[in-house]
Design a protein around this ligand. Structure first.
Ligand code: F6P
Length: 545
């Protein structure tokens, strides 16, 4: 039975038609206090949903929907390793990557916790060798730079966290800089290589499947560059200048990584859920293994909250339900992620993959087409910069857009010089003031200013754009871990309610197949007649040069 046929869904529809569809946020705020009802705290994170277009009754009905959809049982299935990724017949056990060493979890008779911690120990050895200056390249020089080659989850996670935790770079004998290159066209690699010395650079070949053409193309070019720069033959370069991170041990061995440079993870980790595994090696090289494990601990704290808190107090569940209300009832299918901290600039891109690759689906677990909307279009930018770019549309455009405002409460306490600290703290206060001002104006519209006269139409603000505000006590490894886990679990709960498989991504496969065929046509010119008129002319234009 479709979720839309359940009594809980129907009750929400009646509730919507009974006055909620058109109620303005300013009316809801005029009705009385909201913060206590609509905000919760856990794992160093405050989630305020009071600027969502809900009444207490709405939330109660949404919680009934979560009960009816079996969210409680689904959380247990997720965390105990049931094969909930139905189309691929396997678990989605990213939570296991954050379990402490003394936890217990078995999968098909294997001790998952022991495997995870053996992999973490291997990462620690690699990181410490680099930091101690003990890792030498093929010509005997100490390694100073690492380039992470990966795409999607094998790039976005480490890139996002490395940026967020910039303040946690460790002081070691041999600080190693980490760079990222993902694009298939080679532009990012072409930009970074001239700054590096082939004798002192190694590459992390990050690929869950070890079959992604984007990453293979970058690794091929890196090998050519290393060979040209060092004169060393390919096999030695593969052994000494590359670390492989993958779920495919045979493919890594066949490619030629040295055994001690192969970091394994498992097919029960989704690509977009993999930053907690060896895919996070770049993070660990920048901030050290201890801080990497603090990141895992923060995520684990959110996992524990998710597993044990009642639905009505459960941050990921409440966050998910606010999204369901927006998408399925208020018909708001655009979601902007707006961090008010420059260190979080890669969050929108990271959450875009997490949400849209997970829940951009239109077929239920039973294979039926859905008769309701699923994942919203997610986009975003560092908030204060967005204010000078696209917020115009949020305030006066014709689209309904839900927003997530994300900011740390504390910033710059570590700066020793009083004057400089105060100046930076002023900047942080400005950022927070802008964050709160924007969510307020988006909510209230004109009501935010007390004015005697009605402004002309072009100066009017309709308001009524809903938003969530997420405050982190400060940006630490733990809080970043908890924040990402909050979103992961939100996405999961929404997937449960939408009855879709949040852990596959079949929608990306056809494009890969057709791209392989198209490349052959571009190269040889043979098979042009198989293409449609537009594609044929484009290929012909390129072939003419
Ligand atoms: O094409 C999509 C995808 O499979 C993502 O799910 C994944 O994060 C990315 O490509 C990279 O895949 P891999 O780590 O296997 O190279």
């Amino acid at each position: 039975m479709s979720i839309t046929q359940t009594p809980a869904w129907k009750a929400l529809e009646s509730h919507l038609e009974g006055g909620m569809r058109d109620v303005h946020l300013k009316t809801l705020f005029a009705e009385g206090e909201r913060f206590t009802d609509f905000s919760r705290q856990a794992a160093g994170i405050t989630l305020d949903l009071s600027k969502q277009r809900m009444r207490r009754e709405t939330l109660d009905k949404l919680l009934a929907l979560a009960e009816e959809a079996g969210v409680k049982e689904a959380i247990q299935q997720l965390t105990r390793g049931d094969a909930i990724n139905l189309t691929e017949g396997r678990p989605a056990l990213h939570t296991a990557l954050r379990l402490p060493a003394d936890a217990e979890l078995e999968l098909d008779g294997r001790d998952v916790v022991a495997d995870v911690h053996a992999s973490l120990a291997k990462m620690r050895t690699l990181v410490e060798r680099l930091h101690a200056g003990q890792w030498k390249g093929a010509t005997g020089k100490v390694i100073t730079d690492v380039v992470n080659l990966g795409v999607g989850g094998s790039d976005l996670g480490p890139l996002m966290v490395s940026s967020a935790l910039r303040g946690y770079r460790v002081e070691v004998d041999n600080p190693v800089a980490v760079h990222f290159a993902s694009t298939i066209d080679g532009t990012q690699l072409a930009d970074v290589l001239p700054k590096l010395d082939p004798e002192t650079t190694i590459f992390i070949y990050s690929s869950k499947s070890f079959g992604t053409i984007d990453t293979k193309a970058n690794a091929d070019t890196a090998l050519v560059w290393l060979n040209r720069g060092t004169g060393v033959e390919e096999a030695a370069l593969k052994a000494q200048h590359f670390i492989g991170v993958s779920t495919k041990p045979e493919k890594m061995a066949e490619w030629g990584f040295a055994e001690e440079h192969r970091v394994l993870f498992w097919d029960w980790v989704g690509g977009r859920y993999s930053l907690w595994s060896g895919i996070g090696l770049g993070i660990a090289i920048e901030v050290g293994m201890d801080n990497f494990q603090r990141l895992l601990a923060g995520a684990h704290q959110m996992d524990e909250h998710f597993r044990h808190a009642p639905l009505a107090d459960n941050l990921p569940v409440l966050f998910a339900l606010a999204g369901i209300w927006n998408v399925n009832f208020l018909d708001i299918r655009s979601l902007a992620v707006l961090p008010y901290d420059g260190r979080l600039k890669y969050l929108p891109g990271y959450f875009q993959q997490l949400e849209m690759e997970s829940n951009g689906k239109s077929v239920t677990n039973a294979g039926a087409p859905v008769d309701y909307s699923t994942c919203p279009v997610l986009w975003g930018e560092v908030g204060p910069n967005g204010q000078h770019a696209f917020y115009q549309l949020l305030h006066q455009g014709t689209q309904a857009v839900a927003c997530d405002f994300i900011a740390p409460i504390n910033r710059y306490d570590e700066i020793e010089n009083d004057a400089l600290r105060e100046s930076f703290k002023t900047q942080h206060r400005l950022a927070l003031a802008n964050c709160f001002a924007q969510s307020r104006v988006l909510m209230l519209g004109d009501e935010a200013i007390k004015s005697e006269q009605t402004p002309p139409p072009y100066k009017r603000y309709a308001g009524n754009q809903p938003s969530s505000t997420i405050l982190l006590d400060s940006i630490t490894p733990e809080s970043v871990g908890a924040l990402v886990a909050l979103y992961e679990h939100k996405v999961f709960v929404q997937g449960v309610i939408w009855d879709i498989d949040s852990f596959d991504q079949w929608g990306v496969e056809l494009g890969k197949k057709i791209a392989t065929e198209t490349e052959a046509i571009l190269l040889s010119g043979e098979g042009l007649d198989q293409l449609d008129d537009s594609s044929r002319h484009l290929v012909e234009r390129v072939r003419r040069g």
